[in-house]
Design a protein around this ligand. Structure first.
Ligand code: PLP
Length: 362
């Protein structure tokens, strides 16, 4: 492929910071991890931040920290990455899968409301493709029923809702730093919370049931959810570039939008009015999705389809009690185009020309 779907924005700056780990002879979680957590805490305005090995384990850890009774129900949207559902199952809880809004692709508050029962303990809104779910309504529905809100903000670094950073609106939030996310540490994630009790449990859970390493008396249950300082080194460099990564992504999104909006039957996704936007991909639906995807592939452009719905996943079908026609339709007609740093204006024009020519020749 000439034009890849994903390409992390890394250079000699990341290498220089990794080299420091080597020259200072400190590879495991240490000063750089502490500094990265602190930097992200300050950037997001969260009261507490805790690093995790990846977004999937971050969601799992969040659920463990809440100490829900086994078998309790956690409501998730059907239109998400598999990790959202698996973290619930692996935590011994039951995922209840509901539909999303057809315009924003975000968890539909009306579907959420209709799925709540006496066993519901939490909801995981997923901030999809770089904008936030309808947090105002979700929080309203959950607060009066004492339902915990865990934000899957994996794709939402740098995204704000009513002035609050994604992941700091609910009880806990998880931002992923996988290689295709807004910033990356290779594998990695951060957990954000304003809740003292949750933060305290996270500290024990992530570090073998103790707060400080080096002690062999373990007061609590715990596992190893730490990261390495080499990952944190990459993260610190990425944090320095965050603003420029975001503005470049926005420029690319605008370039695509100016060329493709109104072309053929292309329908762009929309964001909630209260949400800001850090494009994760350039994403749209079209009845011609498969033909466009094949055509672009033949021209060396790698595309991505949308998520396959959770309620239709082979291992999750038995958990689906609510119809999710929107998630099904998005998965049939959605297509993502690359928006990464290596993509230049000529690439975007080439991609758009292929699409425009396709529709002109129909
Ligand atoms: C990437 C992603 C995750 C998982 O994060 P990892 O760091 O890859 O484990 C979870 N949810 C969503 C919506 C994601 O996009």
């Amino acid at each position: 492929m000439n034009i890849k779907q994903v390409c992390p924005n890394i250079d000699s700056n990341e290498l220089a910071l990794i080299s420091e780990c080597i020259s200072q002879n400190w590879l495991t979680e240490g000063p750089k991890t502490k500094l990265l957590a602190e930097t992200i805490k300050e950037f997001t305005g969260a009261k507490y931040s805790v690093m995790a090995p990846n977004g999937t384990l971050g969601l799992y850890l969040s659920l463990l920290a809440c100490e829900f009774p086994p078998g309790s129900e956690v409501i998730i949207p059907s239109f998400t990455f598999y990790a959202t559902a698996m973290s619930v199952l692996f935590a011994g809880l039951k995922p209840v899968i509901v539909d999303v809004d057809p315009h924003t692709y975000e968890l539909d508050p009306i579907c959420l409301k209709s799925a709540i029962n006496n066993y519901t303990v939490a909801v995981i809104p997923v901030h999809i493709y770089g904008h936030c779910a309808n947090m105002k309504e979700i929080i309203e529905v959950c607060t009066c029923r004492s339902i915990v809100v865990i934000e899957d903000a994996a794709q939402a670094m740098g995204v704000y809702y009513s002035g609050k950073h994604a992941g700091t609106i609910g009880d806990i939030g998880v931002i992923s730093f996988f290689a295709d996310k807004t910033i990356t540490t290779g594998e990695g994630a951060v957990l954000l919370t304003n809740n003292d009790k949750i933060y305290n449990r996270l500290l024990y859970l992530r570090n073998q049931g103790r707060i400080n390493s080096g002690s062999f008396i373990h007061e609590e249950f715990g596992m190893n959810f730490r990261i390495t300082d080499m990952q944190a080194a990459v993260g610190l460099s990425q944090m320095q570039k965050l603003e420029s990564i975001i503005s470049k992504k926005l420029e690319k999104y605008e370039k695509y939008r100016s060329l493709l909006e109104g072309v053929g039957d292309i329908c762009l996704g929309k964001k909630e009015t209260e949400s800001s936007f850090v494009p994760f991909r350039f994403f749209f639906t079209s009845n011609h999705k498969d033909k466009l995807s094949n055509l672009l592939k033949s021209e060396g452009v790698e595309t991505r389809s949308y998520f396959y719905p959770m309620h239709l996943q082979p291992k999750l079908i038995s958990y689906s009690s609510f119809p999710c026609p929107v998630a099904e339709s998005l998965s049939s007609y959605g297509l993502c185009l690359p928006i990464h740093n290596d993509l230049n204006n000529d690439d975007i024009e080439k991609i758009c020309r292929i699409i425009i020519n396709y529709f002109n020749n129909l």
